[in-house]
Design a protein around this ligand. Structure first.
Ligand code: S3P
Length: 749
């Protein structure tokens, strides 16, 4: 075939007017997709029906005539008839024509095509629409069958580009999403995703129908039976043919399934609740992930960088009422990690059901840990002990979660197996040498990609030795990583920190009975101990999430908020100290200790803030709160200066640049410094501190939420782009913000 033909100038011949061929004809007709829709079928009745229903333009008198008139020939006959049809077509003159098929197995058709098509193989592009229903025949044809459905095209190395592009445009022309795969991979994937489930449905219904009590079984069968067996009503000939044609790949899939079934059988027979729960919870979370994929929710969008979530933050809002923000992200990550490594069962309450913590949860499930939940923040972890993790089936995907990757690097370096840690675009650009270098010093074997970036390829089976590490930056993630590796290392592992950082790892280890020694700014563990279960870890509300509302109520007029059950660990309360230095009206009520972490209800009222020089020793204690503190500083009277915070440049985004750009876009003359920010502030009481406009969050959750808060003192609406990642730390932010009076909503545009 020479030159690239356009679909709208082509005559398309559909050979076989069943559900698949008939629907393609109907779709092409309905969309005026091509010059003419021709059809040929062995059964004249189908052709008559197709004409009557206006599904085709013209019925060909014979296969020969049809092919002679056509530019594109679509073989849509049953799978077992496909090879014979390819042979029949191969005898005709195919010069300049493109031929494709719709069979659900590709290897056998391609083998025949290679045998008999000769030069015409360059124009034979196999395809497979993943659409259908349990109904069959031309009477079931639907013009919208392919809309938003996937079609797999399996181009051959012999194909011309023009031929494969034309087949692509044929399917895109009827609204399908076209994917490409090689032939063998296609057959293996389909054996698992389609052929095996059909085989199981047929087999189950047949077995039950043969049962003595089948009448009763069918009479009382409920939704579960109906959902599982719907596809057992599919076309028998077609499915027989598929099972024959894809024999090898199907048998392989069936072997895998039989192994899984044996495990379930043994678990039920032995009353092994942990094994049963493991299978069920892993399946449930995989199924939920699949549902999210189908619905294109934020997790998938964030993974595929197609996020288009925009926040609309309108002026005129307020911040009044009582609210509890979601669970602490740092503590949630650690609860899964240490709960998994403990001996015995750990219950977690208040767990953050945000994508970051869920990524950690999934990673440990992938390493064989049975974890139930989360249900309303409650998680049950069946600990496997320090040496009980198993090799995951593939790389561990940690999404946007830097904490997960850095802490797990330490744990994974000490395991018996190899593992690869990967993440989304933002995480893939974050520096990992800060953990990799000291881990290498301990004897770990880790490879990063260029510049010390993820993925991390970690080889297992190493014996680690303790180190005495002088940390160059104040980082709780680095400290925690090394302490976790230190649990497995020979001797003592010690970390000396240049500034105070959050100590949740130390507290939780102590709570789980693992001795941790703290001596001024030096913290250490001895390797070789065990973690006993704490039985309950109560995660307080996250002060980093509360920070948005602390600032909101401070800058809004006549506002008052009560934030309940907030973690006030002194290594995290820099935001309270900084806001108080700025003149905020904040009081702590009902101070108490919950599960080794101090907690309080925080009351905050409107106040006229004033600019300050932020004391550098508070920087690590408020490291995540600066985006919203910059918003507070913009509303303060007089200049605010932050220095010594270069760490902000390597967070989920470069938070100094992202905030300076956004503030400038809103008319605030903030100046980015290499290690901080200078913000001029405004006249006391000025209402329209921010002009309104469009800002970019750079996929950074905290930038997005900070600018939402800015709307409380904005003249016009603020549009914040790329906000899907708010779900990493604060999935219900919009609802909570709305419930206390912010004018915040979300659009998909
Ligand atoms: C975290 C530590 C901090 C913080 C991050 C969570 C943790 O990072 O910014 O959001 O859970 O240990 P660094 O330790 O790198 O400063």
């Amino acid at each position: 075939m020479s030159g690239v033909k356009k679909l709208d100038s082509c005559r398309v011949l559909i050979v076989g007017l069943g559900l698949i061929g008939g629907s393609l004809a109907a779709a092409l007709k309905a969309r005026n997709g091509c010059r003419e829709v021709l059809a040929w079928d062995r059964d004249p009745q189908s052709l008559i029906l197709a004409r009557e229903r206006d599904v085709i333009d013209r019925a060909a008198c014979s296969l020969e005539d049809g092919v002679a008139d056509a530019d594109i020939v679509v073989l849509a006959v049953p799978v077992l008839a496909m090879s014979a049809m390819v042979r029949d077509v191969a005898r005709l003159d195919l010069a300049g024509k493109v031929v494709t098929d719709v069979g659900s197995c590709k290897s056998d058709v391609v083998e025949v095509a290679r045998e008999c098509l000769g030069d015409s193989l360059s124009g034979f592009v196999p395809g497979h629409p993943i659409a259908g229903s349990e109904k069959s025949g031309i009477t079931a044809a639907k013009a919208d069958l392919y809309e938003a459905h996937k079609v797999i095209v399996t181009p051959l190395p012999e194909n011309t580009l023009a031929a494969s592009q034309l087949v692509r445009s044929l399917w895109e022309g009827v609204g399908a999403l076209v994917l490409e795969m090689d032939v063998e991979h296609h057959d293996q994937v389909l054996a698992r995703t389609s052929h095996l489930p059909h085989l199981l449905a047929f087999s189950l219904v047949d077995t039950l129908a043969g049962d003595r009590d089948s009448q009763d079984i069918f009479r009382y069968a409920a939704g579960g039976f109906r959902d599982f067996t719907r596809i057992a009503a599919s076309d028998p000939t077609m499915w027989h043919d598929v099972f024959v044609a894809n024999r090898n790949a199907l048998l392989e899939a069936l072997d895998e399934f039989s192994e899984g079934l044996q495990q379930m059988y043994a678990a039920v027979e032995q009353g092994d609740s942990r094994a049963m729960t493991g299978i069920i919870t892993r399946a449930k979370s995989a199924r939920e992930h699949f549902t999210r994929m189908l619905e294109s929710q934020s997790y998938l969008k964030a993974m595929s960088h197609q996020s288009s979530h925009t926040f609309l933050a309108r002026s005129g809002g307020t911040a009044t009422g009582t609210l509890r923000v979601p669970g602490d992200k740092s503590i949630s990550h650690r609860s899964i990690m240490l709960g998994a490594l403990a001996d015995g069962v750990t219950e977690v309450t208040g767990f953050l059901e945000g994508e970051d913590a869920l990524a950690t949860l999934q990673a440990f499930r992938d390493m064989g840990v049975v974890i139930e939940g989360p249900h309303d923040g409650r998680v049950t972890i069946y600990g496997v002990g320090l040496n009980g993790l198993q090799q995951p089936p593939g790389p561990l995907y940690l999404g946007n979660a830097g904490t997960a990757m850095r802490l797990m690097a330490g744990l994974m370096a000490a395991q018996k197996f190899d593992v690869t840690l990967t993440g989304d675009e933002s995480l893939s650009n974050r520096p990992m040498n800060r953990v990799v270098k000291p881990l290498l010093d301990m004897g770990a074997d880790i490879e990063t990609s260029e510049g010390g970036k993820p993925p991390l390829v970690i080889r297992g089976g190493r014996s680690l030795s303790g180190v005495d590490y002088n940390m160059p930056m104040a980082s709780a993630q680095v400290k925690s990583c090394l302490l976790l590796a230190g649990l497995y290392a020979e001797g003592e592992t010690a970390v000396v920190e240049p500034g105070v950082t959050r100590d949740h790892t130390e507290r939780m280890l102590t709570g789980l009975g693992y001795p941790v020694k703290t001596d001024g700014n030096r913290v250490s563990v001895q390797g070789g101990g065990t973690l006993t279960s704490a039985s309950l870890i109560e995660v307080p509300a996250d002060i980093s999430s509360a920070a948005f509302f602390l600032v909101a109520a401070s800058i809004a007029k006549d506002a008052e908020l009560l934030l309940t059950h907030v973690g006030i660990n002194p290594t995290r309360t820099g935001v309270l100290d900084i806001l108080r230095l700025m003149g905020a009206n904040i009081t702590l009520e009902n101070e108490r200790e919950v599960g080794g972490e101090p907690v309080a209800d925080i009351r905050v009222k409107s106040a006229q803030l004033k600019g300050i020089e932020i004391p550098e020793d508070l920087v690590p204690l408020a490291i995540d709160e600066f985006p919203v503190l910059f918003v507070a500083a913009s509303c303060a009277e007089g200049e605010t200066v932050l220095k010594g915070a270069e760490e902000l440049r390597v967070k989920e985004s470069d938070r100094i640049q992202s905030m300076a750009d956004g503030l400038n876009a809103l008319g605030v003359d903030a100046v980015a410094l290499p290690d901080g920010m200078k913000i001029p502030g405004c006249a006391a009481g000025a209402q329209d501190v921010f002009a309104g406009g469009v800002v970019h969050s750079h996929g950074d959750h905290r930038i997005a939420m900070a600018f939402a808060v800015a709307s409380l003192r904005a003249r016009d609406e603020i549009r914040i782009l790329d906000c899907a990642n708010v779900a990493t730390s604060f999935p219900n932010f919009i609802d909570l913000a709305h419930s206390v009076g912010l004018n915040l909503s979300e659009t998909e545009s």
